[in-house]
Design a protein around this ligand. Structure first.
Ligand SMILES: Nc1ncnc2c1ncn2[C@@H]1O[C@H](COP(=O)(O)OP(=O)(O)OP(=O)(O)O)[C@@H](O)[C@H]1O
Ligand SMILES: [Mg+2]
Length: 215
């Protein structure tokens, strides 16, 4: 689904990627690791068209990313950002989840479905609170519900486990591993525990390249 040909990128004072040729497993789970500052978040932003100015080619479903608009890419790819609060646009947890599902009017049915997902994530009592009153781990758990509402997309998840307690991290791993297999995921994480059993591809950014490691 996502392929890079002779891909390169740098900020004004720093080259991050050079001559990268790579295909992300289209239907499996890909783990991407690399040291702080090597360019993992930048790569997510480039793929999802939040950052421009790269060389070479990125193909999404065989189409050149440069010819795809951000909304078209958002129809195919769900990107959960590393900073959990950046994923919010609405006031309350429930408003945000309705936005994630693109249901801007909250019918009773939609609300009931989302309330039950919040209940499963032990967040029912916070559903009507403004998101800025929530802890960052609680916000991160609400982000996990956004995944459940967007199963038919490729997922790009930047550090989905960071800041989660053990139980919530386990829930996150379950959600990722139980995703419908037709649609793949790119997971950026320093935490290998629990993930190595479920991944199909392991990548590492090193010395401006993206290396595929054996599983
Ligand atoms: N908008 C920007 N302008 C200039 N430099 C930037 C910009 N955004 C990031 N950088 C730099 O690019 C490098 C890569 O940043 P990036 O956030 O992609 O790293 P990362 O691999 O996600 O790191 P982390 O593991 O800490 O999340 C860093 O050195 C960072 O300082
Ligand atoms: Mg990052």
């Amino acid at each position: 689904m996502i392929r890079m040909r002779n891909f390169g990128f740098g900020y004004a004072d720093k080259i991050l990627f050079e001559a990268v040729n790579l295909e992300l497993n289209p239907s499996g789970i890909t783990l991407l690791t690399g040291s702080n500052g090597c360019g993992k978040t930048t790569l997510c932003r480039i793929i999802t068209s939040l950052q421009s100015g790269y060389s070479g080619q990125i193909l999404i479903d065989q189409k050149d990313r440069k010819n795809l608009t951000t909304p078209v890419i958002a129809e195919k790819i769900l990107y959960l950002k590393q900073e959990p609060s950046y994923n919010f646009v609405g006031l309350t947890a429930i408003d945000n989840l309705l936005c994630w599902e693109k249901k801007f009017t909250s019918s009773d049915n939609e609300k009931t479905k989302i309330l039950s997902l919040l209940e499963n994530m032990d967040l029912r009592e916070l559903s009507e609170n403004p998101v800025w009153e929530l802890s960052s781990g609680q916000i991160k758990r609400i982000n996990l519900i956004a995944l459940l509402l967007n199963q038919e997309k490729y997922w790009i998840l930047d550090e989905p486990f960071a800041g989660l307690d053990h139980k919530s991290a386990q829930t996150a791993i379950e959600i990722i591993s139980q995703k419908k297999s037709k649609y793949g995921s790119l997971i950026i994480s320093h935490q290998n525990n629990g993930l190595l059993d479920i991944i199909d591809q392991k990548l590492e950014i090193s010395d401006k390249k993206i290396i595929e490691n054996l599983l």
